[in-house]
Design a protein around this ligand. Sequence first.
Ligand SMILES: [Zn+2]
Ligand SMILES: [Zn+2]
Length: 163
Amino acid sequence: MLLELKKVFLVENEALKAEYELDLHDMDFNGTKPLKTPIKVKANAVNRAGVVNLAVSAGFDYSAPCDRCGEETITSFCYSFNHTLVQSLAGENEGDYIETPDFTLDLDELVTTDILLELPLKHLCREDCKGLCPKCGKNLNLGECGCDLREVDPRLEALKNLL
Ligand SMILES: [Zn+2]
Ligand SMILES: [Zn+2]
């Protein structure tokens, strides 16, 4: 969605709200396409004392296999972002400033970039996911498999044989 912000830039206290759904189901992240359902985007641009502020919220479900056990897991996120919009950066290179020389802003691109920077690199079905047994591959969240996973020190083993 393109935001036409000319009026907001030119008139103090002027505001522009937008609410829409952004489809990113084809976007690749960490080798999966986790954004299967549309992102619910809300944006609010306000001119306060001549400075245009943009507040964006993005709510979405992130679905990907758990990093430890491989179980498909959906987590809901709601991110909020704030940016200051300027017509020209004029040497200001702070990350939160966004240049909008022709008063239009590509909101899709902005939301996509913001989300990509925030997405978790670790994705677990639950905090204490037990993962898979390294021996038999059983999902240990579903119960113990009975494998003996104690590390055997070969030196101790040799000693045991001597005794
Ligand atoms: Zn898991
Ligand atoms: Zn096992």
